[in-house]
Design a protein around this ligand. Structure first.
Ligand code: HEC
Length: 137
């Protein structure tokens, strides 16, 4: 029984890692979603609409999660992987503060989060002539 459970666990972990192996295009889609939710979050904060703040905060946390950490690790870009982990963590803190209706917590998590987005973009985001972006190693 123990062995079967172990085998099931290993299988689940394997499936999960396969499912979570994102490619560059999927990461780009998640980035767009993070950006859209970031805009929505700022507006919602301005309007003091905590329910909307919470929705957008969750959207950012989802966009930064679900395999993005593993993607950057897999790229072999050490700094980017660190910024990603910090960004993901700040996004989770943001979502937690928002669902706890803690506006000060949201503000401070937004600052931490924005810093990680910016650091990684300055180092690794390249804007192309057509206005789209690509990863710069
Ligand atoms: C680990 C590095 C890293 C972190 C952290 C990061 N980004 Fe990005 N982001 C990139 C790179 C590289 C690109 C360009 C390639 C692409 O679009 O995927 C990008 C592209 C984008 C784009 C443009 C997408 C497009 O193609 O139109 C937006 C919007 C964006 N990021 C928002 C964010 C926000 C908001 C955060 C923080 C919550 C964030 N990013 C955190 C690396 C990062």
């Amino acid at each position: 029984m123990k062995k079967m459970l172990l085998a099931a666990g290993v299988l689940t972990a394997m499936l999960a890692s396969m499912m979570w192996a994102l490619d560059e295009k999927q990461v780009s889609t998640k980035m767009k979603s993070a950006g859209d939710h970031m805009g929505g979050l700022r507006k919602a904060m301005g309007a003091k609409d905590m329910a909307a703040v919470s929705t957008h905060a969750k959207g950012i946390a989802d966009a930064m999660g679900g395999g993005v950490d593993a993607f950057w690790k897999g790229m072999g870009m050490e700094k980017a992987a660190e910024w990603q982990v910090a960004s993901h963590k700040a996004a989770n803190e943001l979502a937690a503060a928002a669902s706890a209706n803690n506006a000060d917590g949201v503000r401070s998590a937004m600052g931490a989060l924005g810093g990680t987005c910016k650091q990684c973009h300055e180092a690794h985001r390249e804007k192309l002539a057509d206005g789209t972006y690509k990863i710069k190693k």
